[in-house]
Design a protein around this ligand. Structure first.
Ligand SMILES: [Zn+2]
Length: 101
């Protein structure tokens, strides 16, 4: 499934929380190495390193997060998806650089 389709399937409340979270200092970094994306974020005093793998056709291959959320897509993965979309559009391997452009 394409990245955009995944984003469209996310619960709107989670998506909204993710958008706010991404603007906080707790969303420390989101970088890519080719099709592999790794986040570094703090949530409820825990450090998380969510991972997402995207194909060259912008399809999500797999994703994981070690938080304890019971949602199919947690706020961290939702934030990763939104950030990856911006990075792909900007052609930039670093989320915080991509949002500056
Ligand atoms: Zn999570």
């Amino acid at each position: 499934m394409k990245l955009q389709e995944h984003i469209n399937c996310i619960n709107p409340a989670i998506l909204n929380e993710a958008k706010i979270y991404m603007q906080s200092e707790e969303f420390v970094s989101l970088k890519s190495l080719g099709y592999y994306y790794e986040g570094f974020m703090i949530y409820e005093n825990k450090i998380l390193f969510p991972e997402v793998v995207v194909s060259n056709k912008n399809e999500i291959q797999k994703y994981s997060c070690d938080c304890r959320s019971k949602n199919a897509v947690c706020v961290h993965i939702a934030a990763m998806f939104l950030g990856i979309e911006i990075m792909i559009q900007a052609g930039c391997a670093d989320y915080h650089e991509a949002v500056k452009t």
